[in-house]
Design a protein. Structure first.
Lengths: 166, 414
């Protein structure tokens, strides 16, 4: 990797896919890694999101079901770096980074809404895109498309419905 | 959430409610006003819960999601080449730029480079879209602040762009013109003719907008010093596009992380350091001028050649080949039944839309459908700066501040 970045201890993996450089860190090292990167000029937070690897056909299986990616950018060197964290399904918690990077606030709410990842330390972890009384997390791979029964449609009885507690 | 406790008093559209909260300073009682989601100045269905101390804004809580259409979920159910039509629909004022972000991401993952003519056509469509998007912003923002005439002028020119969209792609708004592997069709002679006329007329039309607004005392009074967003805060809040450039930060993805050969054109990034609504207005006007400049160069230097990559595993063969070649028929069949499968991996590509950084993050698991597609939309991030810009201003200036963020709610909620 050509990154001129000094990475803190505890990196699990690093590399590049089609020119996009990334590092993988354990969950408890995330905040330390982001703090170190921010101190080195990675002030611009591009986005954060989650990927659900449920039943992936990829041969080299990801270690856990959920993968969170944080895309950071150094606006001086124009360099971008992606920080990955794998989160197990039965312990879907993450430390919140909204105090480090402002835009993470809504991204974390969205990721909670869509994937059910709990961000510890978030000031207002509520649903952001779905209605407040929504059940389930729609972007999980086991949440069916068409999970919402469509009123007045001819075939609404045959539509798949959402699991009662997804 | 705080707003669920509130009691309605029954005025429709703008319900006035009392939260019964007192600010820490012990001044007057805070009045919580619900703004939208069907308020005419919220640009779509944006709901804002505003805490007012008299007429001064003390807090803003955007409530979004009213236009959530599950685009990212739909993409997972579509094949890679089918996803293009869905990308049109999140930022519905700049469909070709959304197409471009997705197409570039798929091409990056597949290691495909499109031919020069396709790149130039992509630039032309991006710049036309940028102008159209700025014109909608200009017309509606001026309309909300009382300058009703500008709207008519702006939509006159926007309609020319929509007519060009129709000529080149068949659709006025959701063009799906830019696709992985190239563009949908070559530019027709009539399109180039229309474009030529447009490029000739546009500079004097932009002068017309400036005559109407730039030195208009009412416009200046309503926008100068309103919605201040200093450069440090703009970066801290993740603002991009005219929101960032209006704060004196020279950052434009077309210049700083060039794509589609933007580095080959001679143009300047529009930067203003006023940090207020007026500076952002000037940035957008100057960007339109620069877009016309790029269009001029792109048309003059439009290279010949194909507009799609010559790869039968990626794009269907030309129609004529199907009549004579069995292999072409097989390729055609495979592409439209199964599609193509990028190698496993994830890439992120960002392009500059009229609103800022419009990014697309795709994850492939090696199958013919995406594992995950995430749109990093400029409006979603820029909207988070709204509270910072609005606090301390009067409620009447809030209209200017909502307008200056130039959010498209389809882009916020995806």
């Amino acid at each position: 990797m050509t990154t001129p970045v000094k990475l803190p201890e505890g990196i699990l993996d690093q590399g590049a896919i089609a020119g996009d450089e990334y590092v993988t860190v354990p969950r408890d090292r995330l905040r330390a890694t982001l703090e170190a990167l921010k101190a080195q000029g990675y002030e611009s937070y591009v986005f954060m999101t989650c990927v659900d690897h449920l039943a992936t056909p990829v041969v080299e299986r990801p270690p856990e079901r959920f993968e969170l990616v944080y895309q950071l950018r150094n606006m001086r060197t124009h360099h971008e770096l992606r920080v990955r964290v794998f989160v197990p399904e039965d312990d879907a918690r993450m430390p919140s980074v909204h105090d480090l990077y402002g835009p993470a606030n809504w991204d974390e709410r969205e990721t909670w809404d869509m994937f059910g990842i709990v961000f510890e330390g978030h000031p207002n972890l509520t649903r952001i895109l779905m209605p407040d009384d929504w059940v389930g997390h729609p972007l999980r791979r086991d949440y069916p498309v068409g999970g919402e029964p469509v009123d007045f449609s001819e075939d609404h009885e045959t539509w798949q419905t959402a699991p009662p507690e997804a | 959430m705080a707003d669920t406790r509130l009691e309605e008093t029954g005025v429709q559209g703008m319900t006035i409610t009392r939260a019964g909260e007192r600010p820490a300073g012990g001044q007057g009682e805070l009045l919580t006003v619900n703004f939208g989601p069907q308020h005419p100045s919220t640009h779509g269905v944006l709901r804002l819960v505003v805490d007012l101390d008299g007429e001064v804004i003390r807090g803003v809580r955007p409530v979004i999601g009213y236009l959530h259409t599950g685009i990212e979920k739909q993409m997972e159910a579509l094949r890679w080449q089918q996803g293009v039509v869905v990308t049109d629909r999140h930022d519905y004022l700049s469909p070709p730029i959304n197409n471009l972000a997705y197409a570039l991401a798929v091409e990056k993952l597949m290691g495909v480079e499109v031919p020069p003519r396709a790149q130039a056509l992509r630039v032309i469509m991006s710049e036309l879209t940028r102008i159209a998007s700025h014109l909608v912003w200009l017309g509606t923002s001026a309309l909300e602040l009382g300058a009703m005439g500008v709207f008519m002028y702006a939509f006159r020119d926007r309609d020319k762009i929509l007519a060009m969209n129709e000529e080149i792609s068949g659709y006025r708004m959701h063009t799906s013109y830019i696709r992985p592997g190239g563009v949908m069709a070559d530019a027709t002679p009539r399109f180039l003719e229309m474009l030529e006329t447009f490029i000739r007329q546009m500079p004097s039309n932009i002068d017309e907008y400036e005559d109407l607004l730039t030195n208009n005392p009412i416009w200046v009074a309503r926008t100068r010093g309103i919605g201040r967003l200093p450069a440090q805060d703009a970066i801290r809040l993740g603002a991009t596009g005219p929101m960032l450039r209006g704060s004196g930060v020279s950052w434009d993805l077309r210049k700083d992380r060039p794509y589609c050969g933007y580095d080959r054109y001679d143009w300047q990034v529009a930067v203003e350091d006023g940090c207020d609504c007026y500076a952002r207005y000037l940035v957008r006007i100057r960007e339109m001028r620069q877009s016309v400049r790029i269009l001029r160069q792109a048309v003059d230097g439009l290279p010949g050649g194909p507009v799609n990559v010559d790869d039968r595993k990626f794009l269907p063969p030309p129609r004529e080949e199907l009549d004579t070649s069995m292999e072409a028929v097989i390729h055609h069949f495979k592409l439209f039944t199964e599609g193509y499968s990028p190698p496993p991996g994830d890439v992120y590509v960002a392009v500059e839309s009229g609103r800022g950084e419009n990014g697309c993050y795709i994850v492939s698991d090696g199958t013919h459908k995406p594992r995950r597609v995430k749109f990093r939309s400029a409006s979603f991030v820029n909207l988070q700066a709204l509270e910072f810009m609005a606090i301390g201003h009067m409620i009447s200036d809030f209209i200017a501040i909502i307008g200056t963020a130039d959010t498209v709610l389809g882009d916020v909620d995806r």
